[in-house]
Structure formats: structure tokens, C-alpha cells
Design a protein around this ligand. Structure first.
Ligand SMILES: *[C@@H]1O[C@H](CO)[C@@H](O)[C@H](O)[C@H]1NC(C)=O
Ligand SMILES: *[C@@H]1O[C@H](CO)[C@@H](O)[C@H](O)[C@H]1NC(C)=O
Ligand SMILES: *[C@@H]1O[C@H](CO)[C@@H](O)[C@H](O)[C@H]1NC(C)=O
Ligand SMILES: *[C@@H]1O[C@H](CO)[C@@H](O)[C@H](O)[C@H]1NC(C)=O
Ligand SMILES: *[C@@H]1O[C@H](CO)[C@@H](O)[C@H](O)[C@H]1NC(C)=O
Ligand SMILES: *[C@@H]1O[C@H](CO)[C@@H](O)[C@H](O)[C@H]1NC(C)=O
Length: 403
């Protein structure tokens, strides 16, 4: 009896659980529980929420306030929507508010002021727009303002007949919002009014013609964020399959950012780029030493499966970040399946959750934070639709936020 109790206590001590939220284009936000026991991982579906239907495209978590914001892209309607949720302790989602938006929201980020007023800025791919929303502590949302863009001349790629804002991110000091616009070959830059959270348009970064900037990530090599601190920005071009690094300089008096190119190369590093490769997501790793990019449709790997079949896998490319902002190719590794549209790493950097859009599942890959190398899948879970986003329920809101 005593021995059994001891054994139970020992098992309980090594088991750990984390929740993840998965969005898919078939209308669901799935909560899954990832448990680990002595190095064995299990993924279990715990809740399905359909209140961001029909086409969830993105999830933004406000970790401090325990809120989750889901964007519905509205693929077959003329509007999209924004739904807010309270993340309950068991990982289920309690819907607070739904709001109709301009067409095609695909990404959002939280910003705010020192008084604790928070906002959400959304990038609308289909609607060629950027919109902002005021959010309250309980998750209520109300519209703040909208910008809709046009192109004076279409770009050379067929997807460049209109502007297509694809992501919204905050700079590391929390003073600027950047929006890569895949249709316009621009990264739009904004600051905001501290009282109203309305945006002020500043000089944009012009990317190479027909690069199709999709997503971007900032990096402070010395892990310190300030206006005078060394700061780099990495912009991934979906059409050119390139990653371009820029040294970022802060203009005085909140006047904006200037960018000087310090790196330009393919998202495959030294390797030959396969045709029809579309990089999607980019993140600096939690240890602040590497940049990882997901490549879609490269089919770089053919993986034997336990049942004797083979799985075609796209890739995750990892680069070692250099102090001068350049990137050294480090690892090309199977993403675990087809179309890794989105991925997230956990806080300690020991796991990578990959959203495999065309396989309708999420793979969890091991990662060794001491070497920065991504490893084998340790768990996988199917969901009911094409995966668009997967996040760990432990993410901290980016940037400097009051309140
Ligand atoms: C982990 O999985 C392996 C292989 O399935 C199994 O042999 C082992 O008993 C498992 N360990 C634990 C602690 O569950
Ligand atoms: C939001 O929309 C979903 C799906 O239509 C619905 O179930 C839910 O009740 C709505 N929530 C609110 C607060 O209107
Ligand atoms: C819905 O879409 C229409 C057409 O694009 C647009 O004019 C309208 O402002 C949108 N509604 C909201 C609430 O954003
Ligand atoms: C980066 O390299 C690509 C391919 O070599 C080229 O087309 C593009 O113009 C370059 N981009 C920049 C910003 O220099
Ligand atoms: C994906 O790559 C294959 C070649 O491997 C190509 O035939 C196909 O058209 C590509 N898909 C897209 C959407 O471009
Ligand atoms: C899901 O992806 C598959 C493979 O690309 C595609 O055939 C299917 O139409 C997609 N379904 C939805 C609902 O987007």
C-alpha cells in the first residue's frame, strides 16, 4: 500500500499538462490537452467551440487577462468576424462577444496605452484593410477605426491585384504596429494616439517587387528592447520565398522607423529552392538565438510511416541569428506534413506545435533548446478541418502594455 502510494506520487510528479488551441477553416476552435509522462506525450481533444464559425483563421491570446480573440475570415461571405472568449480554467472557451468586420481578417495583435486601455489591430487580407478595436477587461470589443487601401498599379503576381494586409505585429518597444502587405509589397508602419488608440500612418518599408511580404519577426540580439538597442526585423516574402533582414533605427520623437537591409536569402538557406514553395510563418525561438520559418508545398521530405505508407512533408527551416543581423543556415527539417501554415513554440522552447493545413492535423515536434535543433514528432492530433493556427495557452502578450 505504502509502496503503491509512493509510486503514484512519483508518477503524478513527472506528469505535466498544457493546453493548446487549434483553429481550422471548417469552423472550430479545438482545445487539446498535451500531457507528458516520463517523456511520453499524449494529445487529447477536450473541447470544441464553434462560435467563431465558419472559417477561423487566427487566434490571439491576451495571457494577462485570460482572453482569446478568434478571427473568422468569412471565406464565402462579404464580411468576416471577430469573436472574443474568456479562457476558463479547464481550457474551454466562454464566448463574450461577436462583431462583424471588414472582409477577410487573418491576423491580429494586442496593443494599448499606459492607462490599461487595450486595443486589437486586425489585418484584413480579403478586405485590403487594417481595422482597430477597443477591448475591455472582460473581453468586450467595439470598433475603433478602419483603413482600406488600394493599389495605383497591380503587382506582377496574380495575387497582387489589390493590397492584402497579412499580419499585424508590435515592435519590441511596444510603440509601433507593423503590417506586412502581401499585395502591395510593403510593410506598413503605424504609431497610435495614446488616448484614442487610433492609428497614425508612418513611412512604410518597401520590400522587393513581387516578394509578397506575409509575416515578419523582430529580434533584439542582446535580449534588451529600447529605442537605442540593436534591433533587427526579418520579413518573409511568400512569393519570392525569401527572408530579408533589416537593421531597424528609431526616428526621434515617435517619428517612425527606418530600415537598412542586412540580409537577403531564400527561406531554404544554402539549399536549392524547390519550385512553388510558399513560406508562411516566422518566429525567433524562445532562446533568442535562431529564426525558424515554415515552408509550404516544398515536399522536401518523404517520411516512412508505421503502417508502411509514406508521408510527404514540407519543411521548417532554422537559421542561426548573427550579431550583425545576418542569418546562417542551420537546419532544414520535416514539418511533419503538408502546408505548415502556422507554428508556435512553447515557452521553454522544447516543443514546436505545427499546424498542417492540408493534413487537417497538428504535429508536436521535440526541440532541443541546448542545440536549437528541431527533432522527431512526439504527438499528433487530427482536427475537423484545414488547420490555420495553433497556439499554446501560455503566451504572453507582446510588447509593453499597461494595466
Ligand atoms: C512510454 O512509451 C513507451 C513506448 O510506447 C512505453 O514502452 C513506455 O512504457 C512508456 N512509458 C511511460 C512512463 O508511460
Ligand atoms: C457568437 O456567434 C456564435 C455562432 O453563431 C453564437 O453561438 C454565439 O452565441 C454568439 N455570441 C454572442 C455573444 O453573440
Ligand atoms: C461588411 O462588408 C461590407 C462590404 O465589404 C462593408 O462595406 C461593411 O463595412 C462591412 N461591415 C462591417 C461591420 O465591417
Ligand atoms: C533578395 O533576393 C531576391 C532573390 O535573389 C531578389 O529578387 C530580391 O530583389 C532581393 N530583395 C532585396 C530586398 O534585396
Ligand atoms: C506544389 O508543388 C507541386 C510540385 O511539387 C506543384 O505541382 C503544385 O502546383 C504546387 N502547388 C501550388 C498550390 O502551387
Ligand atoms: C482542405 O485542404 C484540402 C487539401 O488542400 C483541400 O482539398 C480542401 O478543399 C480543404 N478544405 C477546406 C474546407 O478548406
Amino acid at each position: 500500500m505504502f509502496a503503491q502510494a509512493l509510486l503514484f506520487a512519483a508518477t503524478a510528479a513527472v506528469a505535466s499538462a498544457t493546453n493548446l488551441f487549434i483553429a481550422d477553416y471548417a469552423g472550430m476552435i479545438t482545445t487539446v490537452s498535451l500531457t507528458e509522462t516520463k517523456g511520453n506525450y499524449t494529445l487529447t481533444e477536450t473541447f470544441i467551440n464553434k462560435q467563431c464559425a465558419p472559417n477561423p483563421s487566427w487566434l490571439t491570446i491576451d495571457a494577462d487577462r485570460g482572453l482569446l480573440f478568434c478571427l473568422n475570415e468569412g471565406l464565402t461571405s462579404s464580411n468576416g468576424s471577430l469573436s472574443s472568449f474568456i479562457i476558463t480554467p479547464d481550457g474551454s472557451l466562454a464566448n463574450v462577444k461577436n462583431a462583424t468586420t471588414i472582409s477577410g481578417p487573418v491576423s491580429g495583435v494586442i496593443y494599448g496605452n499606459a492607462a490599461g486601455q487595450r486595443g486589437l489591430v486586425l489585418a484584413h487580407y480579403g478586405g485590403s484593410s487594417v481595422s482597430t478595436w477597443l477591448i475591455d477587461c472582460e473581453g468586450g470589443v467595439k470598433p475603433n477605426e478602419e483603413f482600406t487601401y488600394t493599389l495605383s498599379k497591380p503587382g506582377a503576381n496574380p495575387a497582387q491585384t489589390a493590397p492584402h494586409p497579412h499580419e499585424a505585429i508590435l515592435d519590441p518597444t511596444g510603440q509601433y504596429i507593423l503590417v506586412p502587405d502581401l499585395g502591395a509589397d510593403l510593410v506598413r508602419v503605424y504609431s497610435w494616439d495614446q488616448a484614442t488608440l487610433k492609428l497614425k500612418t508612418l513611412d512604410a518599408l518597401k520590400t522587393a517587387p513581387v516578394s509578397g511580404p506575409r509575416h515578419a519577426a523582430f529580434w533584439n540580439p542582446y535580449s534588451v528592447s529600447c529605442e537605442g538597442c540593436t534591433t533587427y526585423l526579418y520579413v518573409v516574402g511568400e512569393f519570392s520565398a525569401t527572408v530579408t533582414g533589416y537593421a531597424v533605427t528609431y526616428k526621434p520623437n515617435g517619428g517612425g522607423l527606418s530600415f537598412e537591409e542586412v540580409h537577403n536569402g531564400t527561406t531554404f538557406g544554402l539549399l536549392n529552392l524547390p519550385p512553388a514553395t510558399y513560406p508562411a510563418e516566422v518566429h525567433v525561438t524562445p532562446d533568442n538565438k535562431y529564426l525558424t520559418i515554415s515552408n509550404r508545398n516544398d515536399s522536401s521530405f518523404t517520411l516512412p510511416q508505421p503502417d508502411g505508407t509514406t508521408l510527404h512533408s514540407d519543411s521548417l527551416a532554422t537559421f542561426a541569428l548573427q550579431d550583425d543581423g545576418s542569418l546562417l543556415f542551420y537546419q532544414l527539417w520535416p514539418s511533419g506534413g503538408s502546408f505548415p501554415r502556422h507554428f508556435s513554440m512553447n515557452g521553454p522552447g522544447t516543443l514546436v506545435a505545427v499546424g498542417l493545413q492540408n493534413d487537417n492535423n497538428v504535429a508536436i515536434l521535440a526541440r532541443d533548446p541546448s542545440t536549437g535543433l528541431i527533432g522527431e514528432p512526439v504527438a499528433r492530433i487530427p482536427v475537423g478541418g484545414n488547420v490555420t493556427c495553433v497556439v499554446f495557452d501560455e503566451q504572453k502578450a507582446q510588447g509593453v502594455l499597461g494595466g
